[in-house]
Design a protein around this ligand. Structure first.
Ligand code: AMP
Ligand code: MG
Length: 272
């Protein structure tokens, strides 16, 4: 996919996106087939592996990839498929559930900052500090004045990470309301998937419109050139993975990462 094709998924800072108008079924316009997509995915997986290997060797930058989306939007599946081939050394996934009492007794970024990547590391956030605006707002967990000021806190926090050498990419997995219904029903129908169900998912689903409204605000107010949001049409899993992988490979290639220079010229040395 070309830069221009991928550019449309990026939320331009200051633009007004409206999720109601974004097609979660975009795969229907895809000119290839699922088989072609999976083939391309294999090669993207290999390229991501190369990029991560170089980043790990280079040890001079940090990469943070954030996944957000409604329940059943496919965050776990996307992480599994996109990072399928990378070397588990140097890649970490941090999953953020409801904060513990101890976490709640600190500021909301305390637990997040601890999981942020170090040099040479790639860290994937499965949910993130954005829940401290999203669910907090939708479920009324804190007063408006608290979650409202977090927009600034988050933008400043991410800017600080960037200034200190962190490249940030944020993916919002966009599924339709009907697709969420279908996926949750499928979980109910399949006892093997019951472990995935949280009774709160059904309650959260009733708040769908409020979530969309909150996501609209987050996407509109926290996308930056140095920490952009990408809205990924996610009703079809293979299409979702294909777009995310294309974006990551394209963006990480732009960083022109290199293995460090050898400490000396080793050529011609005979190892005895
Ligand atoms: P899951 O990702 O499906 O395992 O669910 C994790 C749950 O934790 C979701 O319902 C999130 O909304 C919730 N959660 C994550 N972060 C926060 C937060 N900062 N405050 C309250 N709930 C949260
Ligand atoms: Mg949940």
């Amino acid at each position: 996919m070309t830069d221009a094709q991928l550019e449309k998924y990026k939320v331009k800072p200051g633009s007004k996106v409206n999720l109601h108008k974004i097609d979660a079924n975009e795969y229907k316009q895809y000119s290839g087939t699922k088989e072609i997509a999976l083939e391309e995915m294999r090669s993207l997986n290999m390229r991501l592996d190369e990029l991560q290997k170089t980043q790990h060797g280079e040890k001079s930058r940090k990469i943070l990839i954030v996944f957000q989306g409604m329940d059943a939007s496919g965050k776990d599946g996307a992480i599994r498929n996109v990072f399928h081939s990378v070397n588990p050394s140097g890649v970490y996934v941090a999953h953020f559930g409801a904060p513990s009492r101890m976490e709640l007794s600190h500021d909301f970024l305390w637990r997040i900052h601890q999981k942020a990547p170090a040099n040479g590391e790639m860290v994937i956030f499965n949910r993130s500090h954005y829940e401290d605006i999203l669910i907090v707002r939708v479920q009324n967990l804190m007063p408006k004045k608290v979650w409202e000021r977090r927009f600034h806190h988050i933008v400043d926090f991410e800017r600080m990470l960037f200034d200190e050498g962190t490249h940030i990419y944020k993916f919002y997995l966009h599924i339709s309301n009907e697709e969420q219904r279908r996926r949750l029903q499928e979980r109910v129908n399949n006892p093997d998937k019951h472990w995935k169900i949280d009774p709160n998912d059904f309650k959260d689903r009733e708040m769908w419109d409020k979530y969309i409204e909150s996501y609209n605000d987050v996407l509109n107010r926290t996308s930056r050139q140095w920490a952009p949001w990408y809205i990924i049409p996610a009703n079809k899993k293979w299409y979702r993975d294909l777009i995310i992988s294309n974006i990551l490979v394209k963006e990480l290639t732009k960083l022109k990462m290199k293995y460090p220079k050898p400490k000396m010229d080793y050529s011609g040395i005979i190892v005895k």
